[in-house]
Design a protein around this ligand. Sequence first.
Ligand code: NDP
Length: 499
Amino acid sequence: MVQLYRQGKDSLMTSLGRLRNHIGGEHVEGSGSLFETINPTTGLPLGEARSSLEADVDSAVQAAAAAQRQWIAMPPAERARVLHRVSQRLRDKRMELARLEVLDAGKAIQEVPAADIDSAADCFEFFAGVLQAAHGEHIDLGPSAFAYVRREPLGVVAGIGAWNYPIQIASWKTAPALAAGNAMIFKPSELTPVSALALSEIVAEAGAPPGLMNVVLGAGETGAALAAHPGVAKISLTGSVPTGTRVMAAAAETLKHVTMELGGKSPLIVFEDADLDDAVSAAMLGNFYTQGEICSNATRVFVHRRLHDAFLERAIARTEAIRVGDPLDPDTQMGPLISQAHLEKVLGYVEAGRAEGARLVTGGGRITEGPLASGWFMRPAIFADCTDTMKIVTEEIFGPVMSVMTFETEEEAVIRANATPFGLAAGVMTRDLARAHRMAAALQAGVVWINAYNLTPVAMPFGGSKMSGIGRENGLAALDFYSQRKSVYVNLGSVEAPY
Ligand code: NDP
């Protein structure tokens, strides 16, 4: 199956057929029940696969362990060249891979080549570059001893992905894991299994030992089998907070390392001196890009009272101009939500907002007429007059629903922005440099954007604080989460003993 991405656009439009696990360089069927991946644009099946059970995961662990031994025996320069070739192949296949991702995830083709495929390629390029520069430490202990610290891989690591950025999530986990000398077993979301398989094929074609990147398909039970397997040294999960707590509890049984990239309810604070159009742009990027299905989205928009009416007026006008449509159409700016169940959940939040007295100023309804009626499409929504305790303001919606609130003072904005168990991201829009940095220090978040939103260059560590996560992806920081330190004490003198 993993060759399917070579078949071209037309054959992909109808069906990808049977998808298979990629284990040890072989394409093998899982031993569990069949499940389908649905094209969210049409509501029709795109492909089917058997889910992977404990025995399938076990064979992936064995294959990964063998590949990891070969990988770590290769000179670092050679390993770096493999990762460089992965990056180059991702760039060569940019549009093919982008179309696959559009079919599987419903993301607009206007976004995917740059936001997903280039991001994946950038990540392999970055970690190819740092692979040879990652080093240990030397510690001077006086004339007769020294110590050094080796940076060693963890061994076999597992990645479990969400469905919103499938190839990007797979790459953000696989590239640093491989750069640190590990082998990867990746489980994509059952809703978007396709591009991780394509990536693992590219890793193999680039010259990695067979089994260095394995893909096991399946739903939560497959992820749970990875979290429980004693041969897996680390789990890196991108998913919701409830899944994160379950996976972390399972990982604790065998004391695995964990990275948790979880949900958020991030604030964007628009001060009275902000550039109005930039503030509206940031709020829209932070709520409507990728149908609002982004973990770091600024779903709580606090606008200074003096700017509020003008902000809302422009935000409504620009939101109503968003082109919702077929995600393969280059003019489309917003595609369908990932699934019927998710659409219903998001529409349920719109109802909850209304019921609690928030003012729905635009959008919020499912598109029920024309060619989009068979997919999971809705109009992007803005709620005004929101209060801090409403369900739409406290819970992660993960769809195109913006909640706008007003504030008066900087102190008030900080207190209200931080009044959430989440701590993934935050944004500040202001021309006041001192205030911007005061806010950056005061906000409880893993990432703060000043006069920008949702930009995640690979060199910048990304991850959450509080209930939004543990550990960091990207940047040099990511290597620390895929390696362990070994201290070696070297005595140059005689051995002193009191006996
Ligand atoms: P889920 O938490 O539902 O699922 C995440 C992954 O975990 C999926 O592959 C899922 O399998 C798997 N899984 C589910 N149950 C278990 C289990 N018990 N053990 C092991 N694995 C399990 O999240 P979604 O896929 O719905 O993604 C949306 C969530 O992801 C949002 O909360 C969002 O904020 C978060 N997210 C966080 C990001 C970050 O970087 N912080 C980035 C992107 C998303 P399956 O789906 O196949 O059932």
